[in-house]
Design a protein around this ligand. Structure first.
Ligand code: XLS
Ligand code: NI
Ligand code: NI
Length: 434
């Protein structure tokens, strides 16, 4: 046990009428919604990197946080960091957490040492999981921070970097498997390019497709039962990233024969960077059969970059959960807060309050979405809009041909009558629930 959070009580449900600073106002994990406990619907996870590895730097200034596990260059401090992390998971009563290799172990620059320290610290984390019951939602490899990755990992023009990436992902998949992780994520931060003047795009895409196939093969080889997830993002850090958005990723998976093996981890802020809404990305992935998990962190709408802020907009979050519920909810996925406190929020309490508030926002959003879904009104309106397609004649047309349909249009003198899309009525309906 560490005393980093010494004056902070464990967070429990106090209800919406309480003004307690530390307490859930809306997230009552045992509340049953649509036949399932809120904890099982939302499947919250804390991201190790933003809360414990990031030191508060931005492009104009360095570290603002002063923590007992700094500097992060020794196994001794990696253990202190793990102690504090598990203490925070306990205080928040979250069921899951997520990590990159580089968040949990010191970086030494060579693979053998990285492997040794990763195995050592994840053994320690396994003990902590056993003591607390907290589980791993997903593990991942950081293939973007160290300078060796500057021109990409699997898409690097240097085969030695590809090899280093393959070895690193193998080690992270092994560690995720050991910890009973329910998913494994690949976010291609530098799998893209800065300029076509020095880039062979076709070759890079083929290498990335081959790499992902090797990941899937290895997953089966070791009997890892979790889901392999790819996380789309259009740019930042690379100018152009190959995993632009959900639809682009699906095309990539299909081209390399992986659409049945790999699903998507969708992030709210990345959707916005791609010029989409979060619910658009979720609905796209669900329609294509590749919805997996979410990173629930928003951007600042004025700044135009990935600011990784905790969610605080209930109507926005509700729209996302509505699509998730319609898709049947999470299976192996969950709600990961890939979010960081602001660099001025230097107190330990800020870390707790950020997560606590975000869990409340998500609970409110999910409950609103569930109530609307349960009322059936929105879905009935949608069904009515497509009712014409329920007739045998309309169904038969889909198996017909252009010339047969054209003959029918002439013979019956078909003249379609436009009908209202009723958008504002449906927006008013939505507003009754949020
Ligand atoms: C960065 C990504 C990253 C992934 C994990 O923008 O969101 O944090 O979730 O590598
Ligand atoms: Ni992100
Ligand atoms: Ni993310």
């Amino acid at each position: 046990m560490s005393d980093f959070f010494k004056d902070i009580p464990a967070i429990s449900y106090v209800g919406p009428d309480s003004d307690a600073e530390f307490g859930f106002k809306h997230y009552n994990k045992d509340e049953v919604v649509l036949g399932k406990r809120l904890e099982d619907h939302l499947r919250f996870a804390v991201a190790w990197w933003h809360s414990f590895a990031w030191e508060g730097g931005d492009p104009f200034g360095g570290q603002t946080f002063v923590r007992p596990w700094h500097p992060q260059d020794s196994m001794k401090n990696a253990r202190i960091k793990a102690d504090v992390a598990f203490e925070m998971f306990r205080i928040l009563d979250v069921p899951y957490y997520c990590w990159h290799d580089a968040d949990v172990r010191p970086e030494t620059g060579n693979f053998a040492d990285n492997l040794k320290t990763l195995n050592e610290i994840t053994d320690y984390m396994l003990e902590k999981q056993a003591q607390t019951g907290i589980k791993l939602l997903w593990g991942t490899a950081n293939l973007f921070s160290h300078r060796r990755w500057m021109a990409g990992a699997s898409t690097n023009p240097d085969p030695e970097v590809f090899a280093f990436a393959a070895a690193t992902v193998k080690s992270c998949l092994d560690a995720t498997h050991k910890l009973g992780g329910e998913n494994y994520v690949l976010w291609g931060g530098r799998e893209g390019y800065e300029t076509l003047l020095n880039t062979d795009m076709k070759q890079e895409l083929d290498h990335m497709g081959r790499f992902l196939n090797m990941v899937v093969d290895y997953k089966h080889k070791i009997g890892f039962k979790g889901t392999i997830l790819v996380e789309p993002k259009p740019q930042e850090p690379s100018k152009h990233q190959y995993d632009y958005d959900a639809a682009t990723c699906f095309g990539f998976l299909q081209k390399y024969g992986l659409e049945k093996e790999v699903k998507l981890n969708l992030e709210q802020g990345h959707a916005i960077l791609a010029g989409h809404s979060f619910e658009h990305e979720i609905a796209t992935a669900a329609a294509l059969g590749v919805f997996g998990s979410i990173d629930m962190n928003r951007n600042d709408y004025q700044s135009g970059w990935d600011t990784d802020q905790f969610p605080n907009n209930v109507p926005e979050v509700a729209l996302a959960y509505y699509e998730i519920l319609k898709a049947g909810g999470f299976t192996t996925g969950g709600t990961n807060f890939d979010a960081k406190i602001r660099r001025q929020s230097i107190d330990p309490a800020d870390l707790i309050l950020a997560h606590m508030g975000a869990m409340d926002v998500c609970a409110r959003g999910l409950k609103a979405a569930a109530a609307l879904l349960d009322s059936g009104e929105m879905e009935a309106a949608k069904k009515a809009r497509y009712a014409g397609w329920d007739t045998p004649a309309a169904k038969a047309m889909l198996g017909s041909s252009l010339d047969a349909i054209a003959a029918e249009v002439l013979a019956k003198d078909i003249r379609p009558e436009p009908r209202s899309g009723r958008q504002e009525r449906l927006e008013n309906l939505w507003n009754r629930f949020v």
